[in-house]
Ligand binder design. Sequence first.
Ligand code: 4NP
Length: 147
Amino acid sequence: MVCLGNICRSPLAEGILKQKAKDAGLNWEVDSAGTYGGHAGEKPDRRSRKVAEENSIDISKQRSRQFNGYDFEQFDIIYAMDKSNELDLLRLAKDDAEKAKVKMIMNELEPSEDIAVPDPYYGEYGFENVYKMLDLACDKIIEKYGK
Ligand code: 4NP
């Protein structure tokens, strides 16, 4: 799960998918990172921790880290939250096989629509809405790949 800072959106996506995978009895490795490393080592944003907690998901132990090339080898699917994250990831991919791992997360629900999970950092778009979008997307991911 990849966003810009790895403190708002992708920590929520990681927490939500981890919980759903666990509930479904799936032994998946789920992680998150940011394309920008400026928040590395920080806890998720207080507002993300709050909305997670309200939904019984604990993301407080997560720490921000920057996405790196090894992640392309480690993971089967790399979900970008928005187009800018997707373009950054595609630039980092070293070949077509790595590029093929990059997907916009909301395309799981609305294929090819390239709907963004909006950046809530500056407060115009609520964390609750981000949570709801990611919750629906993660349900779809479990339904699609959790066989
Ligand atoms: P995120 O939100 O990408 O969802 O973690 C942001 C976090 C930090 C910044 C921007 C977006 N920033 O500019 O520092």
